[in-house]
Write a protein that binds this ligand. Structure first.
Ligand SMILES: *Cc1c(COP(=O)(O)O)cnc(C)c1O
Length: 356
């Protein structure tokens, strides 16, 4: 690994005051190029621009995939990753589906740890804050031929993640558009999945909602995901989430929440959820919570769910009553090193991994 350190750090404590997500990039980035059938030597260098022409193939055919993960700082100053092997495995699953080369584990893991170690002062220690890590891979061949690219860039960027307060978000159940279809790329973290979701989300915004609850593409009768998060529904005291499938992304947060909930004695059901059942549960007063779960925001507890022309308002639960908020607290405490880690999920980033 080649290390080219920044001459003068751009870090100031004010970077932690940001309120928007994904714009405050740290000092360094990792780059690794794939060419002539093999990965080159990774380099960590100051974050900055790259040189491309408009013929870069990702811009035409969309071979682009990414991951989202975070680094946390405990009160003792230790920096942790959370289940990074899950992201590594998922990135390669996405790569296979998009006909891109898989990234070797040592490039991903050693590169990630070295980058986070080098920029460890960018990891905020405030509870609930973190440094967001964005591994990304895209086709870089200068060719507009409609085929898989022969060249790729794997990069890791990091950006300070603000402490999301729980904005009251509402969601609209999709009855026309779909995020994913059988045989498609819905299970992959493919850039194009996001591109295809922006317009339906835009339309939902015009109706006064913040995000779309995605339903199955064939019948729009099953609840699948919410925005760019997995979705969980609480009916009575049962926490229900759909099984992962080729249309549903296998979220690390979803999986962690299910294990945490079980440990906390919350009754969990992994099964298909129909729109009708959510609607009926609302009418009978049994629908307590609908929330999205994902790395970026951890938990979004929705205040209302739109179904056709109806807006189903959800009850306002206190943080002590809300499964979403209880699970979020337990998960963040574990990630920040505040609580024990009975699952072995935390991975400490050792210091001075890279020579000065
Ligand atoms: C990234 C993502 C999620 C959440 O996955 P996490 O690993 O929990 O961050 C859920 N759904 C979609 C569509 C996603 O892209």
């Amino acid at each position: 690994m080649i290390i080219e350190k920044i001459k003068e750090s751009r870090f100031t404590p004010e970077v932690f005051d940001i309120e928007t997500f994904g714009t405050a990039f740290s000092d360094h980035m990792l780059l690794c190029w794939y060419k002539d059938g093999k990965w080159g030597e990774p380099i960590i260098k100051p974050y900055g621009k790259l040189d491309f022409t408009p013929a870069i193939s990702v811009g035409h055919y969309g071979q682009g995939i990414f991951e989202g993960m975070k680094a946390y700082k405990g009160s003792n100053g230790d920096v942790y990753l959370f289940r990074p092997e899950k992201n590594f495995e998922r990135l390669n699953k996405s790569a296979v589906r998009l006909d891109m080369p898989e990234i070797p584990e040592h490039i991903f893991m050693d590169g990630l740890k070295a980058l986070v170690d080098l920029d460890r002062q960018w990891v905020p220690a405030t509870h609930g804050m973190s440094l967001y890590l964005r591994p990304v891979m895209f086709a870089t061949e200068e060719a507009i031929t409609a085929r898989s690219s022969n060249e790729y860039l794997f990069a890791i960027l990091t950006a300070v993640a603000p402490n999301y307060y729980n904005k009251p978000l509402s969601v609209k159940i999709a009855d026309r558009y779909s995020r994913a279809a059988n045989g498609g790329v819905g299970f992959a973290k493919a850039a194009g999945n996001y591109a295809g979701s922006f317009y339906p989300t835009h339309l939902a915004r015009e109706e006064g909602y913040d995000q779309v609850v995605w339903t199955d593409d064939a019948t729009h009768t099953f609840i699948e995901e919410a925005g760019t998060m997995n979705v969980m529904v609480r009916i009575g005291d049962k926490l229900i989430t759909a099984p992962t499938s080729e249309r549903i992304l296998d979220g690390v947060t979803r999986d962690s929440m299910l294990q945490l909930a079980t440990k906390l004695g919350i009754e969990v059901e992994v099964r298909k959820i129909t729109v009708q059942e959510v609607y009926d549960a609302h009418k009978s007063g049994e629908l307590k919570e609908v929330f999205g779960v994902g790395t970026a925001v951890v938990v979004n507890n929705y205040v209302a769910v739109g179904y056709g022309d109806e807006r189903l308002e959800l009850p306002l639960l206190s943080p002590e009553e809300s499964y979403g908020q209880i699970l979020k607290k337990n998960l963040v405490d574990l990630q920040m090193g505040v609580s024990e880690d009975p699952f072995g999920w935390r991975v400490k980033v050792e210091e001075n991994l890279v020579e000065a």
